[in-house]
Design a protein. Structure first.
Length: 580
């Protein structure tokens, strides 16, 4: 057995021990002032700090902000990285042409380029040839046309299919599960068909879905039955029909979803509960309605009577993993919070906005979170804009509950675990007192772990910290994972402090401090002896007023010592162990 272990076994009761309090979770929210014996998952108060969306961590709060792109009309938009520079650009369709908006500075600066391509009634964007850049496909009269992206604003139109009747509806999907983007169409005289994408080269093949389908421009595609392939939905007036893909696009089964409570204007498919299969959202002339398959039947729910006759976007505004609904139809703008469970009410939230007739979801700011791009097709004052839902505020702070360590401590280190991206900072202020109702003034802000001993009074058993977070870039935030407060518990309880008491650190590798208290004005003598009983030195011998005090112990050779305090009839002894 080592010498150190032998010495530790000889420690007497009343000697000091290590004290630590750790906070790793703030998800319980604000409002608990304390005193508390553990921080737990609560705190006292916060300003511009988010403790909800990343459970167990603290980040800066965020807000939405509207950014103007240009004051022009536009009928629709599609988002993709057209110049392959790593950020999202936007293709807009005006009344007569297509304009490509290049994102130069995370949505804060844009450059426009008018494209010399056919003007499509319906169009979509995807990497159809698999070369890494997005192409544009559209339908013009009886012709399906592809515009191949050659880079440097060079686009090559190419006819991929000619029909005997005009095309109407237009949607994308991988109908034969070959990982190429195919095109679904509703065409007069042909019903609903889909065009099989041959990949980099070859002839596009036309396959029939339903020759008797009602022709409508309102179509959407997605996995409606959860079997991994792409199904189709077509709408006309108040009727919604599902075409379920049975055999990689060769066989289809029609399943009537049912009638809506009004004429359908737009329709969408999405995993609204965060997992397959998909649900259906339809914007009507009267309301926004949700449809979902409960197993045997399709059920429906009216989500909002304010959202009507307008396209919507489906961004994950609250970062909970499922899409919410955004609408810019009203002047004030608002979004509906997805509860994640079908049939439950969707809560409405106001949002900064301008009046718009369409909206799409895209990560314009490059922060890997959903933004919304929106425009108006007859109000040039509204123009085209985008909303950054996740701009972090420049500064936030949080104040802990008051911690009661239970004894008079000798304060040690205050440390933390955090992530600090470039341009962000995170620091702490602390304070402590022997009175929880008045903790005194805050310390300066420390941006690296620091020792509490020289900052806090030795008599203070009530402790509190305040976190300050900052960022120079609204797209990034510091993240706090954990805080740790450390002290040495000296064994002087509140009851003991009302009388004479003595406490020494045990064990110690150096001098340290000796703590004692007197309840009234008295002469105090504190002396140290070695194990043979020989007096080594006198630490103090003077008159003290009522209160708590400490005296420094000089460095001593390794060994065992007895510290004795004498004050009138009061005599107390403590064992002191020194090791190296």
């Amino acid at each position: 057995m080592s010498l150190r272990i032998i010495i530790l076994l000889m420690i007497v009761s009343g000697s000091v021990s290590s004290g630590t309090s750790i906070q790793t979770d703030w998800s319980g929210g604000p409002g608990l002032q304390g005193p508390v014996i553990e921080w737990g998952n609560r705190f006292w108060g916060a300003e511009n700090v988010d403790w909800i969306n990343y459970p167990g961590d603290l980040i800066l709060g965020y807000c939405s902000e509207v950014h103007l792109v240009d004051s022009i009309w536009s009928r629709s938009a599609a988002a993709a990285d057209f110049d392959c520079d790593g950020d999202i650009d936007v293709l807009i369709k005006t009344n007569s042409l297509f304009i490509l908006l290049f994102n130069l500075d995370y949505g804060l600066e844009w450059e426009s380029d008018t494209l010399s391509i056919p003007y499509f009634y319906n169009y979509a964007v995807s990497d159809f040839d698999g070369d890494g850049d997005p192409d544009i496909a559209g339908i013009k009269g009886c012709t399906a046309i592809m515009c191949w992206n050659q880079g440097n604003s060079n686009w090559v139109p190419d006819t991929i299919q000619i029909f005997s009747g005009n095309g109407k509806g237009f949607v994308l999907g991988d109908f034969n599960c070959d990982f190429n983007t195919d095109i679904g169409l509703s065409v007069y005289q042909h019903g609903i068909v889909w065009l099989e994408n041959p990949g980099r080269s070859g002839v596009w093949t036309c396959w029939e879905v339903s020759p008797s389908a009602a022709i409508s421009e309102m179509m959407c595609a997605g996995d409606i039955d959860g079997d991994g392939d792409t199904d189709l939905i077509s709408c006309k007036n108040d009727s919604i029909l599902i075409y379920v893909n049975q055999d990689t696009g060769l066989t289809w089964e029609r399943d009537p979803l049912g009638a809506a409570t009004g004429n359908i204007k737009y329709i969408y498919m999405s995993e609204l509960n965060g997992s397959p299969p998909m649900e259906c959202l339809a914007t009507l002339d009267k309301c926004l309605t949700l449809f979902w398959n409960s197993g045997d039947i399709w059920e429906s729910q009216i989500l909002s009577t304010l959202i009507k006759n307008v396209s919507i976007a489906l961004p994950d505004v609250d970062l909970d993993g499922d899409p919410d609904v955004f609408s810019g139809k009203q002047e004030f703008g608002f979004w509906l919070e997805n509860p994640g469970t079908m049939g439950e009410p969707w809560q409405s939230h106001n949002s900064e906005c301008v009046n718009s007739t369409y909206a799409i979801t895209a990560d314009i700011s490059g922060d890997n979170k959903d933004d919304v791009f929106l425009g108006h097709y007859f109000n040039y004052l509204a123009g085209i804009r985008w909303i950054d839902f996740h701009e972090y505020v420049p500064e936030g702070q949080i104040t802990s509950s008051i911690l009661d360590v239970g004894y008079i401590p000798q304060w040690n280190w205050f440390t933390w675990d955090a992530e600090l991206p470039a341009g962000t900072s995170l620091g702490f202020m602390v304070r402590a007192s022997d009175n929880p109702d008045f903790l005194g003034f805050w310390s300066e802000i420390f941006y690296t772990p620091f020792n509490l001993e020289d900052l806090l009074p030795d008599s203070a058993q009530y402790f509190q910290y305040r976190l300050v977070m900052e960022t120079d870039d609204s797209r990034i935030t510091p993240t706090l994972h954990q805080v740790v407060g450390e002290w040495t518990t000296l064994g002087l309880s509140e009851q003991e402090l009302r009388g004479f008491a003595l406490s020494s650190p045990n064990p110690t590798c150096c001098g340290g401090k000796l703590f004692f208290s007197v309840p009234e004005a008295a002469s105090v003598r504190i002396e140290a002896f070695d194990v043979s009983g020989r007096l080594i030195f006198i630490l103090t011998e003077e008159i003290y007023q009522p209160g708590q005090y400490d005296v420094s112990i000089p460095d001593l050779p390794p060994g065992i010592y007895v510290i004795r305090m004498i004050s009138g009839e009061f005599v107390a002894s403590e064992m002191l162990t020194v090791f190296r």
